[in-house]
Each structure stands twice: as C-alpha cells, then as structure tokens.
Design a protein around this ligand. Sequence first.
Ligand SMILES: CC(C)(COP(=O)(O)OP(=O)(O)OC[C@H]1O[C@@H](n2cnc3c(N)ncnc32)[C@H](O)[C@@H]1OP(=O)(O)O)[C@@H](O)C(=O)NCCC(=O)NCCS
Length: 191
Amino acid sequence: MSPSRMAEYLETDRLLLRHFTENDAELLVELDSDSEVMRYLSGGVPTPPERIHREVLPRLLGQYEKWDGRFGLVAAHERAGGEFIGWFILRPKADGPTDEVELGYRLRKAAWGKGYATEGSAALLHKAFTELGVRMVWAETMFVNRGSRNVMEKLGMTHVQTYWPDLPPIEGSEHGEVRYEIVAPTTDLGV
Ligand SMILES: CC(C)(COP(=O)(O)OP(=O)(O)OC[C@H]1O[C@@H](n2cnc3c(N)ncnc32)[C@H](O)[C@@H]1OP(=O)(O)O)[C@@H](O)C(=O)NCCC(=O)NCCS
C-alpha cells in the first residue's frame, strides 16, 4: 500500500505519520532485528518475530480502538519516496489520564542523523497540546542514550528524574534511566 493511501495521523515537512495496520508486522520485525536500534532497549537483542505477530501488533491495533485513534504507536514514512523509517509513540498510561502522555521514537538506522526524530516529535508535541487536550508529555530513556536525550533536550523538555528500574541489567543500565517532561504552553491572554 502506498503511504498516501494509508490512514494519516500527522504530516511534517519531510514525514508522514500514519496508523499501523495488521499488514505491517514485517516492518516491525525488521526494525527490531537491528542490534544497534535495540542497543538501549534490550541490550541489542532483537524482538522475537513471533512476539511481534502475536503480542506487539495486536496490542497496538487495540490501542487505536481504545483511544479512537487519537493516541498510540504510529508508523513514519519519508514523504519523498515513501520509505518506512520507524515509529513514534504518543500514548497515555494504560489506566492513566489522557492529558498526560508518553512520547517515544524508534527509527531505522538508515534514518538516523537527519533530524527526523526531532521533527516528528516536535509535530507530535504540537498536536498533543493544540488538538488532543494534553497537559503534560513525558519521555524516558537510558541515561547513556545520548541521541535520545538530545532529541528530548532539543524539544525543550526538562530532565526531572534519574532512577534505577528493577529490570535485567544491560550495558549502561548502571547509570540509570532518565525522565524528561514538558507541559503545555500557557496562553497569555494579555489581561
Ligand atoms: C535516538 C534516535 C531516535 C535519534 O534519532 P535521530 O533522527 O537521529 O535524531 P535527530 O537527528 O533528530 O537528532 C537530535 C539531536 O541529537 C543528536 N544525536 C542523534 N543521535 C545521536 C547520538 N547517537 N549521539 C549523540 N548525539 C546524537 C543529533 O546530532 C541532533 O543534535 P544536533 O541537531 O545538535 O546535531 C535514533 O537514534 C533511534 O531511533 N535510536 C534507536 C532507538 C532508540 O534508542 N530510541 C529511544 C529509546 S527511548
């Protein structure tokens, strides 16, 4: 299917963000099979394809239902040429309020270093604050994931916490996990 025919979520200068469909398992399998992409997520271990087919994709499709397509994981494509470059996420906690949402991103290595994570995320923040009634956006990553932290900092997010989750250790996890937040800009009514 060409990206122009897919359900569109958001467009930026260079990117098209759209909902995933049940036909997209292989895109997720390929993305999660790159040990460099997975370095700060699993220590480089690919996500088993079976898990993507049976758990990951059905769950993310279910989340579109839950939030009427307003929140969830969205596929990102280059507008020029339509290449799949990875995904972004804008999602409340499972049982949390919908005005507090998590921002995340996972891009194919070929797409790194072009400003795509910052461009897609900035557009998502704008959508969250202007259309989706979001008050606060948070993002978390490993302290040592400099690239991800740089994106958060370029977005104007503030480092609010470093913590040590109870997870199996991977390289760098001794430095902990960082949480960044940003709140919706307040409107100056000039009164
Ligand atoms: C982290 C990631 C999303 C960055 O994507 P990207 O599109 O390359 O990021 P951008 O091009 O928007 O870069 C934003 C800034 O961070 C810098 N940066 C990006 N990757 C970097 C890295 N590995 N080390 C240091 N700086 C980095 C960029 O130079 C840029 O700063 P600049 O404009 O001052 O040059 C991408 O590397 C990725 O998907 N990694 C694998 C998955 C992952 O770790 N996701 C986050 C887990 S929470």
